[in-house]
Design a protein around this ligand. Structure first.
Ligand code: 0O2
Ligand code: 0O2
Length: 209
């Protein structure tokens, strides 16, 4: 039984703060090197106690097993412009020595029944505390701006309908998720087109020499 939530959540608070700085740092480094920046913005939160309690009841997770079985008490979100950027960010995070990716869930290739798309990583992250190191779990959700827009609206509608959407709303949500994904595909095509133009130009310049 957790008596002091503030104590229990302290390492998670620290992890979210540190990870926000580190992930936002990636963005800064790309910008400074004048490279394509794969990250638009980063947010993070520690799950509120009432949400932890609701989820533990729903999933049958005993409170003394939260550390091991609830992987999103510390949650980070990375928003990207292109689907391709998501894969670049995932590749980058897999190589880091300050975290260990232990689970990957690709809800982009395998979208959820709701229409939800995102790439989820569960990581082990070591937090340095005054009484030693503690390894905690954190969840990083990586998605495009369009996926985030859809998920945010669907999430707030969920509050309104308490997760019990009328069939017509569910269907509309699924259709709008597809529309959001089509936007990503148009973006991707545009990106390829402008890359193509760049390469073409380089080749032409090369040919002239
Ligand atoms: P709600 O009800 O979800 O809106 P900063 O000062 O810029 O460092 P700040 O103000 O602490 O950052 O917060 P940040 O990082 O801008 O964004 C916090 C919000 O991001 C949260 O809002 C969540 O909506 C969202 N969020 C980020 N990561 C996750 C995640 O992994 N899971 C979930 N569920 N949400 C996430 P609130 O405050 O929790 O309220
Ligand atoms: P919150 O803080 O309200 O967002 P887990 O739920 O993590 O124990 P699971 O179900 O396998 O295990 O995890 P999953 O599906 O990888 O991640 C769950 C989280 O993904 C949710 O957190 C949401 O943030 C997000 N998510 C998953 N499906 C949907 C969806 O259909 N719509 C929206 N808007 N978000 C979704 P929680 O637990 O809901 O907490």
């Amino acid at each position: 039984m957790i008596r002091d939530w503030e104590d229990f959540l302290a390492p998670y608070e620290q992890a979210v703060s540190e990870l926000k700085v580190k992930l936002r740092g990636i963005r800064k480094q790309y910008r400074e090197q004048n490279k394509h920046v794969p990250i638009e913005f980063v947010t993070g939160r520690v799950k509120p106690v009432d949400s932890i309690l609701t989820k533990s009841k729903l999933r049958g997770i005993p409170l003394d097993r939260l550390e091991e079985e609830m992987s999103d008490i510390a949650g980070l979100r990375i928003m990207c412009q292109f689907v391709e950027d998501i894969h670049q960010v995932v590749d980058l995070l897999r190589t880091r020595h300050d975290m260990k990716v232990i689970i990957e869930r690709d809800y982009i290739t395998n979208k959820k029944a709701s229409g939800y798309r995102s790439y989820h990583l569960v990581i082990e992250y070591p937090v340095q505390l005054i009484d030693g190191e503690k390894i905690i779990l954190a969840e990083i959700q990586i998605r495009t701006l369009a996926m985030n827009f859809w998920a945010t609206i669907e999430h707030s509608l969920n509050y309104k309908y308490q997760g019990e959407f009328p069939d017509e709303i569910s269907e509309r949500l699924r259709r709008s998720a597809e529309a959001a994904y089509q936007l990503d595909e148009i973006q991707e095509a545009q990106r390829l087109f402008s890359h193509g133009k760049g390469n073409h130009k380089e080749q032409r310049q090369g040919d002239e020499v």
